[in-house]
Design a protein around this ligand. Structure first.
Ligand code: GLN
Length: 193
């Protein structure tokens, strides 16, 4: 079974690691560039993307993460992690400052897209390829407002894409590690080359 990393700078990385281990995958927490050696895939968890950006600067992770992708590694970003993967990030308001991102998924992501009224909620989500809806937990979640033609949109909530895949890169607006449903973790393990 290929080894999977979980970016362990901040956020819900322990929950992802526990779920992946439960599915039989060997897991390593990734904090430094060298931690990526020998991994087939990497999960970027939910949390606070601005904090993760700061720590990625501090640990000089930007180029190593892009190299990891270029060498054939699979990546899955959930919530804040999806924001980190996007080609373009916009704020909830046009006045919000621009935020750097890895640019490994050709989408535009809008942060905190559901506003204060709906900061967090759970909803059954129809997902392409799954026969029963997935219980999706959204917490101050982003949405995908633009997707390049070769990005496969696997689920939508209202007007916006919330689960998308482009080659070896998967992104979800919601938190699959916070529900007992393991189907999206299984999907990701199936993407490891
Ligand atoms: N709102 C957070 C951000 O912009 C993401 C929230 C989450 O990961 N649950 O980074």
């Amino acid at each position: 079974v290929p080894k999977v990393g979980v970016l362990a700078l901040q956020g819900a990385y322990r929950e992802h690691a526990a779920r992946l281990r439960g599915l039989g995958a060997p897991v390593r927490e990734v904090r430094l560039p060298g931690d990526l050696d020998g991994l087939a895939g990497l999960v970027l968890p939910g949390g606070e993307s601005t904090t993760m950006v700061r720590l990625m600067n501090e640990y000089a992770l930007w180029a190593p993460l892009r190299d990891f992708h270029a060498r054939g590694g699979a990546l899955w970003g959930t919530c804040a992690g999806a924001i980190l993967l996007a080609a373009e990030v916009t704020g909830a308001s046009p006045a919000a400052p621009a935020q750097p991102s890895l640019g490994l998924l050709d989408v535009t992501v809008q942060r905190n897209a559901f506003g204060r009224q709906l900061e967090s909620f759970t909803t059954p989500l129809e997902v392409a390829g799954l026969d029963v809806p997935f219980p999706a937990v959204f917490i101050r979640a982003p949405v995908i407002t633009r997707a390049a033609p070769d990005v496969e949109v696997l689920a939508r909530h209202g007007d916006h894409a919330v689960l998308a895949r482009q080659g070896r890169v998967l992104a979800s607006s919601f938190h699959p590690e916070l529900t007992p449903d393991a189907r999206l973790h299984e999907l990701f393990l199936g993407m490891l080359g």
